[in-house]
Ligand binder design. Structure first.
Ligand code: CDM
Ligand code: ATP
Length: 270
């Protein structure tokens, strides 16, 4: 079975409270982004995971695809599988690339072996692999809260919107990003703000990580300014960075912009 684990973007992100378990509560809106990896999962005589594309730190046993297999194997006594992951979504980007791989591995294993799992049960397995993972089980726009793994529906349709995502070849680990951000109450009601015309989002749909990280990594502010200068209606850091995206309303495709050669850039429609 061949699947294409996609990335996500955060529209606004408030880091609201420290939790007793060491994590933070947050409020954000997640939307799928069709920048994808490729993951093949096949029954096999022996277990294996091979990798290509962007190098992933850590050995294969710590890969989230493998950890997803181990979780289900423990409960369902699965046959052996061979997996191949081609990594294209940048790591440490705030795009949830590893989380998408994990959730798509769970989904593929459920299909391949016809496991009797509901969506809610699959989300429970996903939560054990990372806060972002559960989103990718349903993979549709949601208002996310608590650890970013509890969801409420949101009526927001950005389908077809021209978008550019810029990764400045800067790995920001999620743990480091959280250690730099101070919790505070939400600055706006995100769902109300997103219901207003997109040009107003610039002032009301904000990401707490952006304020915390830009003084340390000025390139984040420079990319955002360049996206606005090129006509973006809205631009922001995604998640805990370092990817910055722009949304361009009224355009078929984003304008062509020149970025340094070591940046990775995704341009397309949502
Ligand atoms: C920044 C976001 O991408 C927003 O969507 C997510 O909150 C990050 O989710 P993730 O990459 O799946 O993160 P996890 O692997 O669960 O956690 C990595 C580290 O980030 C911190 N962390 C993560 C999520 C959260 N709600 N509070 C936290 O404090 C913790 O220090 C944790 O050890
Ligand atoms: N399939 C995978 N893809 C990416 N990273 C993985 C994967 N499996 C395990 N990891 C580990 O997760 C770490 C990346 O986590 P990190 O949170 O920085 O980035 P991410 O999951 O790509 O996306 P985000 O920045 O949105 O959280 C890597 O250092 C790597 O050790």
């Amino acid at each position: 079975m061949l699947v294409f684990p996609n990335a996500k973007l955060n529209l606004g992100l408030y880091v609201t409270e420290q939790r007793p378990d060491g994590f933070r509560n947050l409020e954000s809106v997640f939307i799928p982004l069709s920048w994808t990896d490729a993951l093949e999962v096949l029954p096999a005589a022996t277990n294996s995971l091979t990798l290509s594309g962007i190098p992933i730190p850590g050995d294969a046993a710590t890969n989230l695809c493998w950890r997803a297999y181990e979780l289900l194997q423990a409960d369902f006594d699965l046959p052996a599988v061979q997996m191949h992951l081609h990594k294209a979504v940048p790591i440490g980007a705030g795009l949830g690339g590893g989380s998408g791989d994990a959730a798509f591995a769970l989904r593929a294993l459920k299909e391949l072996f016809a496991l009797p799992l509901t969506t809610g049960q699959l989300q429970q397995y996903a939560r054990r692999l990372g806060s972002d993972c559960a989103f990718f089980v349903e993979n549709k726009p949601v208002f996310a809260y608590e650890k970013g793994d509890v969801f409420a529906p949101i009526s927001l349709d950005l389908t077809g919107m021209a978008c550019q995502v810029v990764y400045p070849n800067l790995h920001i680990s999620t743990g480091e990003a959280y250690s730099r951000v101070a919790t505070r109450p939400p600055r706006h009601d995100l769902r109300q703000s997103l219901a207003q015309p997109m040009p107003t989002w610039r002032d009301t749909v904000t990401n707490d990580f952006e304020d915390a990280l830009t003084p340390h990594y000025p390139v984040l502010g420079e990319i955002k300014a360049a996206l606005y200068a090129a006509g973006a209606t809205y631009a922001s850091l995604s998640g805990s960075g370092s990817a910055v995206y722009g949304l361009f309303s009224g355009l078929e495709t984003p304008p062509s912009l020149q970025w340094p050669g070591d940046y990775q850039v995704w341009s397309g429609r949502l």
